[in-house]
Design a protein around this ligand. Structure first.
Ligand SMILES: *Cc1c(COP(=O)(O)O)cnc(C)c1O
Length: 275
C-alpha cells in the first residue's frame, strides 16, 4: 500500500512542491528558524486579509519524528504536538511526561479500541467522526476523570479515501454530542483535496467555513463551533485566508517525513491504515 505512487504528494506538484526543500531540523536553532518562518508567513497572510495573527493557532505536527526531535522542538518553543497515531503519540507522551507544559493533539482517525490511550493523555482530538468513537472516548474519559476538546472531522473533498463525515451529516451528528459530557466540542476539522490546483484546495476550506457558519446558528448549548482546523505545510496560507483558526503544520517545522503519507491516510480503496 505504501508505494511512492500512492503518495498524495505525487499529484500535488504545485502546493506540495516545497516538499523537497524541507530539510530536517536537527538543532534548536533549526527549529527556531523554521518556527519563525512559519509564524512570519501566518502573520503576513493574516495582515493581507485583515485578521489578527493571534487568531490562528499553530499546531506543530510531529508524527513519525523521534523523541529527540520533539525535545528540540520543545526547547525552541513548541508546546503542542499533533500526532496521527494514538500508540505513537502515547509512547511519546509517556517518554516526555516531565515536560508538563506540553499538550498533545490527536489528529488522525481513531479506532474505538484505542480510545483508552487517547483519554489518558490527549488534550484535543481533531478527528471525531462517529458516535461509536464518541461513546468510547466518553466512557474512558469518565474513568480518567478528564475532559477532551474535540473537533468534528468533515470530508470536504468528497474523496472516498478520506475520513470524516459528509457535510450534510454534521448537523445531526452535532446534536448528539451534548450527551457526552466529557467531550468539549470546539469546531470542525478537514483535510483538503490533495491537488496542485489552489482553487480546488480553497473550495474545501470555503466549504468547511460555510458549514461552520451555518451550523453555528443552531449549535447545541455548550458546543462552541468557533474553531476551524484546516491547512498544512503546503496550503496553510490558503486556509488562513479562508478563516482557519488552527493550522496543522508538520514538515515546514520538522523537515520532510521519510514515511510516505499514504501510510497515514487511507488509500483510495478506503481501507484505512490499521495499527
Ligand atoms: C501529517 C498531517 C498534517 C501535517 O502535514 P504536513 O505536510 O507535515 O504539514 C496535518 N494534518 C493531518 C491530519 C496530518 O495527518
Amino acid at each position: 500500500m505504501s508505494t511512492d505512487d500512492s503518495s498524495p504528494y505525487r499529484e500535488s506538484p504545485l502546493l506540495h512542491g516545497l516538499h523537497n526543500r524541507w530539510s530536517q531540523a536537527e538543532s534548536i536553532e533549526d527549529f527556531q528558524r523554521n518556527l519563525a518562518a512559519v509564524h512570519a508567513r501566518i502573520a503576513a497572510t493574516c495582515q493581507r486579509v485583515g485578521r489578527e495573527p493571534a487568531s490562528v493557532r499553530l499546531l506543530p505536527v510531529s508524527k513519525t519524528k523521534s523523541e529527540t526531535s520533539l525535545r528540540l522542538a520543545h526547547a525552541a518553543g513548541c508546546q503542542w504536538f499533533g500526532e496521527n497515531k494514538p500508540q505513537e503519540a502515547y509512547r511519546k507522551w509517556e517518554a516526555m511526561q516531565e515536560l508538563n507544559d506540553v499538550r498533545w493533539s490527536v489528529i488522525g482517525h481513531l479506532q474505538t479500541n484505542k480510545a483508552k490511550l487517547v483519554a489518558r493523555f490527549a488534550s484535543e482530538f481533531q478527528a471525531l467522526d462517529s458516535l461509536r468513537v464518541a461513546e468510547a472516548l466518553e466512557r474512558r474519559l469518565q474513568i480518567e476523570g478528564r475532559t477532551l476538546d474535540v473537533f468534528v472531522q468533515v470530508n470536504t473533498s468528497g474523496e472516498a479515501s478520506k475520513f470524516g463525515l459528509p457535510p450534510d451529516e454534521v448537523a445531526a451528528f452535532l446534536r448528539r454530542l451534548p450527551a457526552f459530557s466529557a467531550l468539549r466540542v470546539r469546531g470542525l476539522m478537514t483535510l483538503a483535496v490533495f491537488s496542485g490546483e489552489a482553487e480546488r484546495v480553497r473550495d474545501c476550506f470555503v466549504r468547511l467555513r460555510n458549514l461552520r457558519d451555518q451550523l453555528r446558528q443552531d449549535a447545541p448549548a455548550g458546543a462552541s463551533l468557533n474553531e476551524l482546523s484546516m491547512g498544512m505545510s503546503g496550503d496553510f496560507q490558503i486556509a488562513i485566508e479562508e478563516g482557519a483558526t488552527v493550522v496543522r503544520v508538520g514538515q515546514a517545522i520538522f523537515g520532510a517525513r521519510a514515511t510516505p503519507d499514504s501510510h497515514y491516510w487511507p488509500a483510495a480503496t478506503g481501507t484505512g491504515p490499521e495499527q
